[in-house]
Structure formats: structure tokens, C-alpha cells
Design a protein around this ligand. Structure first.
Ligand SMILES: Cc1cc2nc3c(=O)[nH]c(=O)nc-3n(C[C@H](O)[C@H](O)[C@H](O)COP(=O)(O)OP(=O)(O)OC[C@H]3O[C@@H](n4cnc5c(N)ncnc54)[C@H](O)[C@@H]3O)c2cc1C
Length: 481
């Protein structure tokens, strides 16, 4: 079964009950729980899309050796055409969800693909680890699994390393090595879709210090593993929100959860890296993760920026505030970001670089530019939407009001310029849900932080950039040449 349908994914969740805690209670069967049923449905709809006849060619891939087709986001790019195909497949999922699903399955499919492509990297720790990585990639690909990840330590005390905490297992670390695998204890924050995914990946981020060996870990385990529990943030939607009143939040909420490991056994064949600070710090840069995930997240981010720009255009048109010059100037600014995002994606494909192992990867610089700037542009789009929507952002009545005795008042006083009241209310509700509700605020916070701390992302861009040609240019200018 290399290409799953939505029902296959839901059946898999049913077969694999997990330990999820939400709003004071435990849930094992997430697909049947009102809080998680909609997030599960949203992911299932993506799997259905890859089976739909109109998308099957772009969204699935055959290797040409008679083996089963698999999801395109598992495809290792070896040619420019492969990168285009990956973009086309990712665009289908991004546009279907308006870029609101940050952790759609293509994100981590891309990570395991990039790891397997550079499995040799893991060999520095021991001969068995490249095999583990490649087998895991094949396993995820063949079963078309949905993985999430938790790669950040909880915000306990950011002035200390993990090893400097009083509680040695405040952060996830190895308790002991056994003949069956590693026993790990502690917490990782946070896994979006942790409760509703099939697999959980943990891997180190740069910034690890000497002495933190115990906390350097890369592995992949089922979300239904014994001893692993997910503690969810308060849900925004309990499953009853009206789609009329919350057109995005009632469809696209992604559960976020802290992962607690209560002496969990990580079998040796699921361990990819451990105990090596240098390797832990190098993993992101050397395993092509940033290039490949940068491609996926930029494609997803473009869809989200297109939606929010469309919303602000629609709402200003609904009340004809777009006739004013300064409004047009702000709309123009939002629109101007879109080709820059698209251009950087295409440039990353055009300047794709060989990995030296027969594959190629999208160029790093344009995608890392987007990692740094797209969140700022998105923030600006949110600000423009809120400022131009003004009071209208906050006065929308509910669908129930519309159908009540005050319905005629609403029909009369809420209409726009050539737009009836219901249509105008719907547009402004969409704007509020995208920018103001709990859902909208999470969307903003997600863009700010999903790729790590923006301060360190910016500094790393400087550290990684080849500035020699720029400095040479300055020398030439100084020399008067
Ligand atoms: C909605 C949402 C969804 C997410 N989903 C996922 C997910 O699915 N998987 C996952 O692994 N992660 C996820 N994340 C977490 C994300 O990776 C982190 O938020 C991000 O890496 C920043 O880490 P932090 O939140 O711990 O912030 P911190 O690292 O604590 O930073 C907070 C502030 O303190 C400063 N600071 C703290 N420590 C330092 C330091 N050592 N040096 C310099 N400055 C410092 C930072 O500059 C920043 O301003 C998600 C985050 C959000 C908001």
C-alpha cells in the first residue's frame, strides 16, 4: 500500500490507539473524538486528493522498476523535472488547505527523504545507522505514513544547557542503553499534529553544547508507542464551531502537543543518531534538510500569503475603500510580496545544486531568504488586513443572528457596496478568522516560529552566506577599478 486514501489513514489511527491528554481527559481514539475529528478529516482529505484522478499524476510517482507508486513528496529529486513535480504535488495540498496546514504530511516526508539521500552522514556514528535511516524512509514511503516531529526542548530555563538543569530529564535524554535499544525520558516541545500523526520524529537542532551528549538524539517511533504521551494545548474548536462563523478555524485547526517520554524504548533499528554533539549540530546543514523543507514550506507559505492578500482585496472591495490611494498603496504592497515568494521558489529550482550522490537539492540561499522574510511579510499582510478592515473586523454577527428576528436589520445595515449583508459578513468573518481569532493568532505565531527562532535564523543566514564576492566588489570600488 504505497498510496493511502483518507480512509486508510483514519483506519490506521483506529488500529493504533495512542495516549493523548486534552482538556483534562484522556483520548485514545482520536479519529472518533470531537476535538480531533476535524483535524483528522483535514489530513484525510489530503490523502484523498492524491488518489483523485485529476491529481494522481502529479501527486504520485513510479520509479520505473515495476514497483508500486508512492507519494511524490517521498521522491528523491534527481533532475529539474523531479523538482518541478515535487512543487506541483505540494501546491495541490497547499492550495486545497490555503496553506493553513503547516504540518501537512509532505513536510516530514521531505525530511526522511533528505536523510535517506544523505544516509552516509549518519554512518559517522556507526555502520548500522545509514541502514536504519534508509529502511525507515522506505517503511514510511511504502506505508505512506504521516509523521510529525518534536525537535525543541521545553522552555524551562533558556539560560542553561539541558545538562545544567537540576532535573536531568527536564529535556528528553537517554536513561540507558540496552540490548534492545535506548531508553529515553523527558519532554520535547512541541509536535503539531502529534496526537493525529502515525509517526513521531525527534532530531537535534544546532546550538548543542559540549556536555549535552545525552540529549543528542535522532529517532522515529510510532505515535502509539508505549510510554509516549501527548499533552495538548487547549483546543480552539471543540468540534462544534460553525463553518459560517469560523470558515478557517472550523476546518483547519492543527492540534499542538508537548511530547512526554516516560522511559520509552527506542528500538535500535529506529535510532539514527545519538550522543554526538558535533553531528547533532551539523545534521540540519549537512543532511540537506533545510534545502528540501525550505522548498516545501515556501510553497505552502505562498498559498497562505495568496489567501490573505485575496481576503484584504475582497474586503476593501466589499466596502469600496479600495478607491482611496493609500488603501491601494497597501494592497499593492501585499500583492508585491507574492511574485517575490514565487520567484525565490523558482530560483531555488533553477539554481539547484548536486548533492554529490546523484541527486539534486533546491538552492539554499533563495529558500533561506524566504525562511527569514516570509514571516515578516505575512505579519505585514495581517497588519494591513486588520488596519484596512478596521471596525468591520469586529462587528460581524453570527449565522444564528442572521436567521433570527433581527435578520432584516442585519440585511439592511450590514450590506456593503454592491454586496449583500450575508456576503459582506462572510468576507469580514474570513478576515477575522485569518488574523484575529485564536486560530488566526496561531497562524501568525506559526509563521514567526515554525522554522525556529527568527533571530538565530537571521544570524545563521549571515554566517552561512558566501560574502566573498560582495567584499571583492567593495575592494574593487575602493581601488577605483
Ligand atoms: C504554532 C507553532 C507550531 C509549532 N510546531 C512545531 C512542530 O511541529 N515541531 C517542532 O519541533 N516545533 C514546532 N514549533 C516550535 C518551534 O520550533 C519553536 O517555537 C522555535 O524553534 C523557537 O523555539 P522556542 O519557542 O522554544 O523559543 P525560544 O528558543 O525559547 O526563544 C524565545 C525567545 O528567546 C530568545 N532566546 C531563547 N534562547 C536563546 C538562545 N539560546 N540564544 C539566543 N536567543 C534565545 C529567542 O531569540 C526568542 O526571542 C512550533 C511553534 C509554533 C509557534
Amino acid at each position: 500500500m504505497a498510496v493511502r486514501s483518507g480512509q486508510d489513514y483514519i483506519d490506521g489511527l483506529r488500529r493504533n490507539p495512542r495516549e493523548v491528554w486534552v482538556a483534562g481527559g484522556r483520548v485514545d481514539q482520536v479519529a472518533a473524538d470531537p476535538v480531533f475529528a476535524r483535524p483528522v478529516r483535514a489530513i484525510a482529505s489530503l490523502y484523498d486528493l492524491q488518489c483523485a484522478s485529476e491529481h494522481r499524476d502529479a501527486m504520485t510517482h513510479r520509479d520505473g522498476d515495476g514497483s508500486e507508486p508512492y507519494g511524490t513528496s517521498f521522491l528523491t529529486p534527481r533532475s529539474a523535472a523531479d523538482l518541478v513535480k515535487r512543487r506541483q504535488a505540494m501546491t495541490v495540498w497547499a492550495e486545497a488547505t490555503f496553506g493553513m496546514l503547516g504540518r501537512s504530511p509532505d513536510f516530514l516526508n521531505t525530511v526522511v527523504m533528505a536523510w535517506a539521500e544523505n544516509a552516509d552522514f549518519f554512518g559517522r556514528r556507526g555502520a548500522q545507522f545509514p541502514d536504519n535511516v534508509v529502511s525507515y524512509y522506505k517503511y514510511c514511503r511504502e506505508h505512506d505514513l504521516f509523521a510529525t516531529h518534536a525537535i525543541v526542548n521545553p522552555q524551562t530555563d533558556r539560560s542553561r544547557g539541558s545538562h545544567q538543569h537540576d532535573d536531568q530529564f527536564a529535556h528528553l535524554g537517554v536513561v540507558e542503553e540496552t540490548k534492545d535499544g535506548l531508553i529515553v525520558r523527558g519532554a520535547k516541545m512541541l509536535a503539531t499534529h502529534g496526537p493525529t500523526a502515525d509517526e513521531l520524529l525527534v532530531y537535534p537542532q544546532p546550538g548543542i553544547r559540549e556536555g549535552e551528549e545525552r540529549y543528542v538524539l535522532a529517532f522515529g517511533i510510532p505515535c502509539a508507542t508505549k510510554g509516549l504521551r501527548f499533552i495538548c494545548r487547549e483546543p480552539f474548536d471543540d468540534g462544534t464551531q460553525s463553518v459560517f462563523d469560523h470558515p478557517l478555524g472550523a476546518r483547519f485547526e492543527e492540534p499542538d502537543a508537548v511530547c512526554v517520554f516516560d522511559d520509552v524504548l527506542i528500538p535500535w533499528d529506529r535510532v539514527f543518531l545519538y550522543g554526538d554533539v558535533k553531528m547533532g549540530n551539523a545534521l540540519f546543514a549537512q543532511a540537506s534538510i533545510r534545502n528540501n523543507t525550505g522548498h516545501q514550506t515556501a510553497i505552502r507559505g505562498l498559498a497562505k500569503c495568496r489567501l490573505i492578500t485575496g481576503i484584504v482585496v475582497a474586503l476593501t472591495r466589499a466596502v469600496k475603500s479600495d478607491v482611496h490611494l493609500h488603501v491601494q498603496q497597501q494592497l499593492g504592497e501585499c500583492l508585491a510580496y507574492l511574485p517575490l515568494i514565487e520567484g525565490a521558489i523558482l530560483l531555488s529550482e533553477q539554481n539547484a545544486e548536486p548533492t554529490g550522490r546523484g541527486a539534486i537539492r533546491p538552492a539554499y540561499a533563495p529558500l533561506q531568504s524566504l525562511r527569514l522574510l516570509l514571516p515578516r511579510w505575512y505579519e505585514r499582510m495581517v497588519q494591513v488586513t486588520q488596519v484596512l478592515a478596521a471596525g468591520g473586523l469586529l462587528i460581524s454577527p453570527t449565522e444564528a443572528d442572521l436567521r433570527s428576528a433581527v435578520g432584516p436589520d442585519i440585511a439592511r445595515y450590514y450590506r456593503g457596496a454592491g454586496v449583500d449583508a450575508e456576503q459582506r459578513i462572510k468576507i469580514f468573518k474570513l478576515a477575522w478568522d485569518a488574523t484575529g481569532t485564536q486560530f488566526g493568532q496561531r497562524m501568525l505565531q506559526y509563521e514567526r516560529y515554525y522554522a525556529g527562532d527568527p533571530v538565530r535564523v537571521g544570524a545563521a543566514y549571515y554566517a552561512d552566506f558566501d560574502v566573498a564576492p560582495l567584499v571583492a566588489m567593495v575592494q574593487r570600488a575602493l581601488a577605483g577599478k
